[in-house]
Write a protein that binds this ligand. Sequence first.
Ligand code: AMP
Length: 193
Amino acid sequence: MMHIVLFGPPGAGKGTQAGLLKERLRFAYIATGDLFRQHIKEQTELGRLAQTYIDRGDLVPDEVTIEMLKNEVNKFSGAPGIIFDGFPRTTVQAEALEKMLGENGEKIDLVLALEVPEDVLIQRILNRGKTSGRSDDTDRKTIIKRLKKYKEVTEPLKDYYRKKEVLHVIDGLQDIEAVHRDILQALEKTVGG
Ligand code: AMP
């Protein structure tokens, strides 16, 4: 079973690329942001808790996020692979994921890090906010806070995965098809050893 992480700041194109990739590979897809939004829509206890953090542009606490992720991963034991989008976002999450997969003799095979300059990210998120219905996509202050959080606690994970020799940096400023092509190339390299 193959495990791929789509990594990058908000607005880098993780969701878009995950969509293209999962169609091609028929992998399961787990996006923690989508899962939280589903909980918010269904007004579950977890949804109510998550919303307070999401609306502020903060990360949902690790414990809660990891528990939700574990439940989701367990649903896909028969899949050829899993694409993770928006998880892990902290070192604690990365270590929890590694431990969980390790228990089944599995690991993260490939981390695709999409890189996009911050001014472009802000513009992309504001544009997305016009149609996404996400309040965290319309308020510039919240967007800037999310990007700051990314820089402080999420981006350092690049080093974590670089050391494990699974990191592939991809220029996310290219058009959607070119980014997809780069991702497929990184994938071929990984599969081919
Ligand atoms: P996203 O759709 O990935 O941009 O996520 C939207 C929001 O959900 C984030 O700004 C966080 O508040 C929360 N969230 C999503 N994934 C995680 C995660 N792995 N850890 C903590 N919070 C998360």
